[in-house]
Design a protein around this ligand. Structure first.
Ligand SMILES: CC(C)=CCC/C(C)=C/CC/C(C)=C/CC/C(C)=C/COC[C@H](O)COP(=O)(O)O
Ligand SMILES: CC(C)=CCC/C(C)=C/CC/C(C)=C/CC/C(C)=C/COP(=O)(O)OP(=O)(O)O
Ligand SMILES: [Mg+2]
Length: 283
């Protein structure tokens, strides 16, 4: 294995798209709290801590999942041999320590959120992932908490709390669909995920029900006057993409969860557009 292949493998372990996306969510949490100009250093530290934590969480997840991934995802860095299991674990520890170091420079509430999240990321795969719905709910909380983390970094949580709930519901939906996609490897490893516990179709119905709740609640940031009209202009198409993804998952969970992921990215863009419109009065 060349150094370049190992470096590529280490980068893959972090799932850079998720690292960037989650970091943007933390930045949005600070942005809607009015913090980008008031506390730029704290926002920068929170964004960097989020990215490092997500990279660490993804790397340790692949370390613990290396046997499942030999069935479900053999092309991943550890099963294909690009990174050794111990190398992945050491890499994850370094990222976790860097996230802790940055988090300790933040206000107390942000430190508390980071502490809970970092412990949750370490415990997720070995403790919570195999519990029906519990592991999904923990990942959903972790994604939603990025908004709280960004808001806590600048001391304002009201708007961030609403975004937290919307992101958590959409993530919970996607996590359930992903478990339907992974049912073979998870069953081989003895994991009692939601689709294994209640059946794949019922799990998808639960996921779709949750998604409909989230979509129906999605106008709240506009109705509560956190965001301007531009938010609705962008979030309504995002809602339609997410609903399509939820329904597509019944015949193709792989396609459904992938389309849903990009629907949530469009929803995150709606948060940005809504806040900019609120500040500048564009629409
Ligand atoms: C209804 C409404 C308006 C919902 C808001 C949706 C929203 C903005 C959700 C945020 C989703 C997002 C951009 C998450 C960041 C990326 C991330 C860390 C996702 C969690 O990853 C866990 C996942 O299991 C990893 O699998 P994969 O993505 O396939 O690598
Ligand atoms: C704000 C701070 C300090 C931290 C935030 C941490 C965040 C946003 C975490 C996002 C969720 C995340 C990265 C969870 C890690 C575990 C993980 C990758 C769960 C999904 O993995 P599996 O259930 O094994 O499914 P796959 O490995 O097939 O994707
Ligand atoms: Mg995994």
């Amino acid at each position: 294995m060349t150094a370049a292949e190992t470096a590529r493998g280490l980068l893959e372990l972090t799932r850079p798209v998720n690292v960037i996306a989650a970091s943007v969510l933390t930045c949005i949490g600070a942005f809607v709290a009015g913090g980008l100009t008031e506390a730029p250093v704290a926002v920068g530290s929170a964004v960097a801590a989020t990215g490092l934590a997500v990279g660490a969480g993804n790397a340790i997840n692949d370390y613990f999942d290396r046997e499942i991934d030999r069935i479900n995802q053999p092309e991943r860095a550890i099963p294909r041999g690009a990174v050794s299991p111990n190398g992945a674990l050491a890499f994850s520890v370094v990222l976790f320590l860097a996230a802790v170091g940055l988090s300790l420079t933040l206000p107390t509430l942000a430190i508390a959120i980071a502490g809970v999240n970092l412990l949750a990321l370490i415990a997720y795969t070995e403790v919570f992932k195999g519990l029906p719905g519990i592991g999904n709910a923990l990942v959903a909380y972790l994604v939603g908490s990025t908004f709280l983390f960004g808001g806590a970094a600048v001391g304002e949580l009201e708007a961030a709390s609403v975004l937290c709930l919307l992101a958590a519901v959409a993530t919970l939906t996607r996590e359930i669909i992903k478990d339907v996609e992974d049912v073979d490897g998870d069953r081989a490893e003895g994991l009692n995920t939601l689709p294994i516990a209640i059946g794949e179709r019922r799990a998808l119905l639960v996921a779709l029900f949750l998604l409909v709740i989230g979509v129906l609640a999605s106008p709240l940031p506009y109705l509560l006057e956190f965001f301007g009209l531009a938010y609705l202009v962008v979030v309504i198409p995002a809602d339609l993409v997410m609903l399509y993804a939820g329904m597509r998952s019944f015949d193709d969970p792989t396609a459904g969860q992938s389309v849903l992921k990009y629907g949530t990215f469009l929803a995150a863009l709606a948060f940005i557009a809504g806040r900019v419109d609120e500040l500048l009065g564009i629409l």
